[in-house]
Design a protein around this ligand. Structure first.
Ligand SMILES: [Zn+2]
Length: 919
């Protein structure tokens, strides 16, 4: 904000209110404050939403790839002055009804957000978050556990081989294995030389071992200070109370210091650059067309809300759908099949990056891809951008602004992310979240001349700060890195004296005993079972029949948006502003009754899907393992695996081999499926809208239903049977493992279901988290009860182990049966289970969810009964369901992992898997 506007419009406690602006769409206000003495900055979004949000954010630009900011984020959450337990953050997740709790490290900031609907919970979490960030213990043991340490292969045997261990060390091995991560790394290195972005902010496993505990503490002292802090709050809780708590707990104990965490603008290139970066691929596969090329430019400052909006609109116009000119030109070139990772606009750098390119190319075609991008932009700058496409994009932006959805992520925090670039990089956060003024200016510029054509010229074509980034598959990369790591360790090991070795053993044993030690969690604030709301808000649809189809209207305050789902076994859904209901329903009618499938377009979609799946194998490992295990237990699981699992990947690979002419039978099959699904008698329509729109929607729906065929249903093909329940391993290009063991249980109507849900929470929080994450070094250890599907899962995520993890699963079951279950831990597990059955909703999801609940019989009464039963689950119940469902050896197990890990596990235990195949 400029000095001219930096005038006080009042004070609250020790804060100066710098600005107060109305936010019409939220019927609230935007309030910007600064703490006088320390300089701490604060934005509050005042509105009627009871899901209150909080975030504390620090700019933390790293100067190397040791992952200091990321490891600090982990260590900060490992105990603080007021809450000196070794894991207050994870402990709080089970003493709270938070609708969101997490921490993020980005390229140049670290943020700690949460949200909750419960007032007591908000104060509890605020206390814990403030104490964690400003007064962490930062103990050496926490640094070693979370970050990096030496340990022997067998921790108490100093001759078993020196290894690196640490949660972030493993997390980053997994995170950096994908092509997308390689592209991100190439972008930082090529476009931002000598700036913070040339480093791997999360930490490169090759450099993480260089970080020392002292450096970590220094980084905290110089960055986690009120003078470098950005606070954010949102919701209906009075601002004064929150500010008072922040001041009392933190700000009153600090003095202003001078911290320069700003990032300079990059020195602009006079010549375009290029860079090639390898990514790990599976050996033995055809990797000849697995490269990616991206042309990327450094463009406008991310703090400049107007120029950023212009570029955002332009990016959407160029790339958002198959008809967008740049996307179309790239796909039509046939050099590759899908948009490269990094395509689009990234505003989480100080200066935004625009990129466009292709996946699935031959390495030698990289510069041809760039030429297509440049030629297309040159042509557009000359002949002009289609104004209708610009209008469509602007319409969508306005739509998104109107929507207050908690889908995927609480709206309370979405608002923060929408103003974050401006807030963090010194721009105007109000302008960027409430972009009416910028939009009006943009429309004026469009009227005055060829605005987007000139943006294409100045920001892209005439801007020589550009790089051609090529990422290439390298089947030996992981192997080389692994060998290099072992060689490095061998060199270090050769220098170790006997006392050094003993110290490493001592450290390992001390860490282990600290992890096992009982902790006094009573210092942490907590909710009680009596704080849990027991009633669900009743929500009844207005049900009617329109031409043979059943239609449920859910009348809710949707802020002028209509949501519509056409259901049967397959859902077509959409949303539109109320004034556009007619064309909206017409489009749905086209899709359901008059769809023409173009072979060329189908070919493109198949190729794009196949490519996207292949390039995200590193991230899909967990999902694939879960679905494959479930396919071995139930017919529904087998079906799901075909739709979303490895079998789907295989089908996509087969389809991708067909050329356009061979797609005829596929199209016939798709058309047959469509007509079987969308018959007037078979469909169910769910509409969520405001009262004033019900009549219009009904009218247009009538003509939609009329256009559907009325023929009787043909015989359905039966569900596939469950697969052979043998243990299976799938090899994927990742240096980590995903290990899953799944059991068949019962659905929510069964009296055992509530106990199974509590058991999942109990196992995860008390045993698996400790054994798999803290001790085993996996990024996550989970237990999950799917009360809808009647399944129970134990799983590990980005795990360095296979056999050890399966042993932990065995021990977990025995542990429930043989060890005492403490009342406090049972209470926490019940709290967690109650949160699971009462997720955060918003009008757009409420109607839809209620429709599913009614369809599956999980009605309001059933849910209330289920929740009542949850409150009464006893430790005896936990033991009973454990022995009934988990202890009989009926679980099936599936691992998706890198080849090395699977091979090592089989060497040790040849019978471990009955099937070992590539994904
Ligand atoms: Zn992490």
């Amino acid at each position: 904000m400029s000095e001219a506007t930096k005038q006080s419009v009042g004070t609250i406690g020790g804060y100066t209110v710098l600005r107060r602006e109305p936010l019409e769409r939220l019927e609230g206000a935007f309030i910007q404050l600064e703490h006088e003495r320390t300089g701490a900055r604060h934005i509050h979004i005042e509105c009627g939403d009871d899901n209150n949000g909080f975030t504390i954010l620090f700019p933390t630009p790293p100067r190397d790839s040791t992952g200091v900011a990321h490891i600090l984020e982990h260590v900060v959450l490992a105990g603080s002055q007021r809450f000196p337990v070794h894991d207050p953050f994870f402990s709080m997740t089970r003493r709270s009804l938070a609708t969101f709790m997490n921490a993020f490290t980005s390229a140049d900031w670290t943020a700690y957000p949460f949200s909750t609907r419960n007032a007591k919970d908000f104060s509890n979490l605020l206390d814990v978050y403030l104490d964690a960030t400003f007064y962490p213990r930062l103990e050496q043991d926490a640094f070693m556990q979370e970050g990096i340490r030496f340990e022997f292969e067998i921790p108490d045997d100093p001759r078993s081989g020196l290894r690196y261990k640490g949660i972030v060390f493993n997390e980053m091995k997994g995170a950096l294995a994908s092509p997308a991560a390689a592209m991100q790394r190439a972008m930082g290195k090529a476009l931002f030389p000598e700036l913070t972005y040339e480093h791997v902010s999360g930490g490169d496993p090759e450099h993480i071992p260089e970080l020392t505990w002292q450096e970590l503490r220094d980084f905290h002292a110089s960055h986690y200070h009120p003078s470098n802090a950005f606070f954010y709050t949102y919701g209906d809780r009075p601002l004064e109370a929150t500010l008072e708590a922040i001041e009392r707990n933190v700000l009153s104990r600090f003095e202003r210091i001078s911290i320069d965490s700003s990032i300079p603008f990059v020195k602009r290139f006079s010549q375009p650059a290029s860079l090639t970066e390898p990514y790990p691929a599976v050996a033995g596969e055809d990797n000849s067309r697995r490269s990616q090329a991206l042309t990327a430019w450094v463009t406008v400052p991310s703090s400049d809300s107007f120029r950023l909006l212009s570029l955002k609109v332009l990016t959407e116009v160029l790339l958002s759908n198959s008809g967008s000119p740049l996307r179309k030109a790239l796909i039509d070139s046939k050099l590759g099949t899908a948009m490269a990772d990094g395509t689009g606009l990234q505003d989480d750098y100080k200066e935004s990056v625009f990129g466009a390119g292709l996946k699935d190319i031959r390495t030698e075609d990289s510069s041809k891809v760039e030429q297509v991008v440049l030629d297309t932009l040159t042509k557009l700058a000359k002949v002009g951008v289609d104004p209708a496409q610009v209008d469509a994009v602007i319409h969508r932006l306005e739509f998104e602004k109107r929507e207050r959805s908690n889908a995927g992520f609480p709206y309370a925090l979405k608002v923060m992310f929408s103003c974050l670039p401006a807030y963090n990089y010194g721009g105007d956060p109000y302008a960027s979240m409430n972009f009416d003024a910028d939009l009006a200016r943009l429309q004026q510029e469009r009227k005055d001349g060829r605005w987007f054509e000139s943006v294409i010229r100045t920001e892209l074509l005439d801007n020589s700060h550009r790089a051609l980034l090529t990422i290439v598959p390298d089947p030996d990369l992981e192997d080389r890195k692994h060998k290099k790591e072992l060689e490095r360790l061998a060199l270090i090991e050769a220098t170790l004296s006997e006392p050094d070795r003993n110290k490493i053993v001592e450290d390992a044993l001390r860490l282990k005993s600290a992890q096992d030690a009982r902790q006094d969690l009573s210092v942490l604030p907590t909710l009680e079972l009596s704080d849990i709301p027991m009633k669900f808000e009743p929500l009844a649809p207005r049900s009617t029949a329109i031409g043979g189809a059943s239609v449920d209207f859910y009348v809710l305050p949707t802020n002028g948006v209509t949501y519509l789902d056409i259901r049967s076994a397959f859902v077509v859904s959409g949303r539109a502003l109320d004034r556009n209901v007619k064309p909206f329903v017409e489009i749905l009618a086209d899709l359901t009754s008059r769809l023409e499938i173009d072979p060329a377009r189908l070919k493109e979609i198949i190729a794009e899907t196949a490519t996207r799946l292949e390039s995200s194998l590193a991230n899909l490992g967990f999902q694939f393992a879960i679905l494959l295990a479930q396919s071995k237990l139930t017919p529904e699981g087998a079906l799901n695996e075909r739709l979303q699992g490895i079998r789907m990947l295989h089908s996509m690979r087969e389809l991708a081999k067909l050329d356009e002419q061979q797609l005829g039978p596929v199209i016939d099959e798709l058309q047959a499926i469509r007509t079987a699904l969308f018959r007037a008698e078979a469909i169910q329509v769910v509409v969520t809208c405001e009262e004033s729109t019900v009549a219009t929607v009904s009218e247009h729906l009538a003509s939609l239903v009329e256009s559907l065929p009325t023929e009787r249903e043909k015989t359905r093909s039966p569900k596939p049977p469950a697969q052979d329940p043998v243990p299976e391993a799938r090899i994927a290009p990742v240096p980590v493992a995903f290990n899953v063991r799944t059991f068949k249980t019962v659905r929510y109507t069964n009296a055992d279901a509530p106990a199974l849900l509590v058991l999942a929470n109990y196992l995860r929080d008390t045993f698996l988290h400790k054994e798999l994450r803290e001790k085993g070094g996996a990024y996550g250890g989970y237990a999950q009860a799917s009360t809808g599907a009647g399944l129970f899962m134990l799983g590990s995520y980005r795990d360095p182990n296979i056999i050890r993890t399966y042993t932990v699963y065995d021990r977990a079951v025995r542990w429930v049966l043989d060890s005492p279950i403490e009342a406090e831990q049972l209470k926490e597990a019940i709290l967690g289970a109650c949160g699971d059955v009462d997720p955060l909703e918003s009008p757009d999801i409420k109607g839809r969810r209620e429709a599913v609940n009614r369809l599956t019989g999980f009605t309001l009464q059933e849910r209330e009964r289920f929740k009542q039963r949850l409150l009464h689950v006893t430790s005896e119940d936990l033991r009973r369901v454990t022995s009934r469902y988990l202890a009989d050896g009926s679980g099936v197990q599936v691992t998706v992992a890198g080849a090395d890990l699977i091979e090592a596990a089989r060497k040790e235990h040849p019978e471990l898997f009955a099937v070992v195949e590539p994904v």
